[in-house]
Write a protein that binds this ligand. Structure first.
Ligand code: GLP
Length: 243
């Protein structure tokens, strides 16, 4: 079931997303977090609230959606680094409560262990998501079976082109694989919060909200989830006809 909140711009999107996230931050909460440019404004709001109002993350744990395969933790573009730079370093969260999938070593085994750890933590209370221009969530690309848990994904060419801006060069340094929560893992979250802005996301948002439930658009599986809040700006919602 979708609750769709349409806002004017990215600033409003971040503030609305913060309200939803803030309501879930309490001792013992398990937050599912995401990377990408979409959640950065929300993370700024969380940091501001922590600094100004003392909202504590000392008893909160987090599970991130995904990580590139092959990048060392301290690589400037690893999602581990992204999360520390854009959020964790500014909060009072404990390092041992932070979980980011590993893109190094025996990844297949670590993927299975990641889903086990999420389940052992009691599941994710709120899963934050962005969306890829091809409808991917995390790095679960079109064609990923809906019953797939955390796995190693081969990045779609369009995703690599979207993400090339962070790396020096498409062929040499833009990663080709990632370790990501699968649709099955994401669907176990009690609540989902998806944020999207910009015209580049308009087709994916339309397919997710108004298209058929199909593995061709991984985000469309969210039509089967009981509690999804979608926050979109004017451009991302510009192709919708029913909402
Ligand atoms: C990457 C991430 C996704 C994210 C997507 C969109 O592919 N793995 O989790 O949703 O980028 O990124 P952006 O928010 O920068 O558009």
């Amino acid at each position: 079931m979708f609750k769709v909140i349409r806002v004017k711009n990215y600033e409003e999107l971040s503030k609305e997303a913060f309200k939803v996230m803030r309501a879930c931050v309490k001792p013992g909460a398990v937050l599912g977090l995401a990377t990408g440019s979409s959640p950065i404004g929300l993370y700024k709001e969380m940091i501001k609230d922590h600094k100004e109002n003392g909202t504590s993350y000392a008893e909160v744990s987090t599970y991130n959606l995904d990580e590139y395969v092959g990048l060392p933790l301290n690589h400037r573009e690893s999602y581990y680094t992204f999360m520390h730079t854009n959020l964790f370093n500014e909060l009072d969260i404990k390092e041992e409560n932070i979980h980011v999938p590993s893109g190094l070593g025996d990844i297949e085994k670590k993927c299975v262990e990641y889903d086990e750890a999420v389940a052992k933590a009691g599941g994710v209370d709120i899963q934050l998501l962005g969306i890829g221009s091809d409808g991917h969530i995390g790095f679960s690309e079109p064609g990923t079976p809906f019953d797939q848990g955390t796995h190693v994904a081969v990045l779609a060419e369009s995703t690599r082109i979207d993400n090339q801006r962070f790396f020096n060069d498409l062929n040499e340094t833009t990663p080709t694989q990632a370790c990501t929560m699968g649709p099955k893992t994401i669907m176990t979250a009690k609540k989902i919060l998806l944020v999207a802005n910009g015209v580049n996301k308009a087709d994916a948002i339309k397919a997710m909200l108004e298209g058929p439930v199909t593995e061709d658009c991984p985000a469309s599986i969210l039509q089967r989830h009981a509690d999804v809040t979608v926050i979109i700006d004017e451009a991302a919602g510009s192709k919708l006809t029913k909402y």
